[in-house]
Design a protein around this ligand. Sequence first.
Ligand code: IPM
Ligand code: MG
Length: 358
Amino acid sequence: MSIYNITLIKGDGIGPEIIDEAVKVLDAVAGVSGLEFNYDEALMGGIAYDITGDPLPQETIAKSLNSDAVLFGAIGGQKWDELPREKRPESGLLRFRKELGVYANYRPAVVYDELVNASSLKPEIVEGVDLMVIRELIGGIYFGEPKGRDENKGWNTMVYTREEITRIAHHAFKIAMKREKRVCSIDKANVLDVSQLWREEVEEVAKEYPEVELTHMYVDNAAMQLILNPRQFDVMLTGNIFGDILSDEASMLSGSIGLLPSASVGNKIGVYEPIHGSAPDIAGQGIANPIATIASASMMLRFALGENEAADRIDAGIKQALSEGYRTKDLAQFDAKEICSTSEMGSIIANYAAKCKL
Ligand code: IPM
Ligand code: MG
């Protein structure tokens, strides 16, 4: 039996509800796949600030670095919006990513056949979409210096070094090799110096992957192409802020932001989290969609622990729940046979994942 230590960071808003469902599913597959998970909870975000005065207590970093992987819910909420920037939940998350060195953020956007009607776009546009945004996560304008503000001015700086571009580009090409072997690198090289360097360096890395077709696209055009013809994309390689924006846009192809998982990797310990936020407006009502978090747990099994069979089980469980017509409220209008709560959805997926024949 393989035993894994998982740090759970539930966070704020719907975070605790969706993490509980992912744990339920993990435990269900553990039983049949011969795995055991030890969970250790750690604080981050608004709740961490309320309890400790710091949105990212040192203990959370220490626990995370001592575990095999981190499963993360969501952080933030209006309650903490007025705090000074470094006390805000979002600052905790950004510092956490930096401390763990997770510079590569994988954000797949897949349209499930069962939900082809759920997108705000026409079914014939989104059918069969299966793309992966590889977003640089600990550089760019989020972290660049100088930054600051005074009474009349605010400023941030988009900086990338060759080294930062190279290491994220390798992730994109390696992933592309396992997919359709196409990388589209996103930049604003017609305006930004930092993007010119980005383009130059991505071209360099591409030479090591002769089988992969590399194209470049300006970010504004990419935003348009994503809704015009999303099937043209296989892997989209982006800097930090472009990937933040485009991955939210891409999530709408799938019908609900409550469906999309992510993996943040780079150093030893990876962070697995849904791409959505803490949705305080629906917290505690049992209507949040846990699928993004459950799918993040599947990515954790695959990427961090190499437990592909268990991951396949979870993916199959999600698919079956959707094809049987189970829907949480966000997807209630789309071919639903039964509307279920957050915890019912977790139980249904757990059950299918444990029983499915692979
Ligand atoms: C995301 C979020 C974060 C980001 C926020 C909460 C800091 O939007 O993970 O996409 O901008 O990276
Ligand atoms: Mg975002």
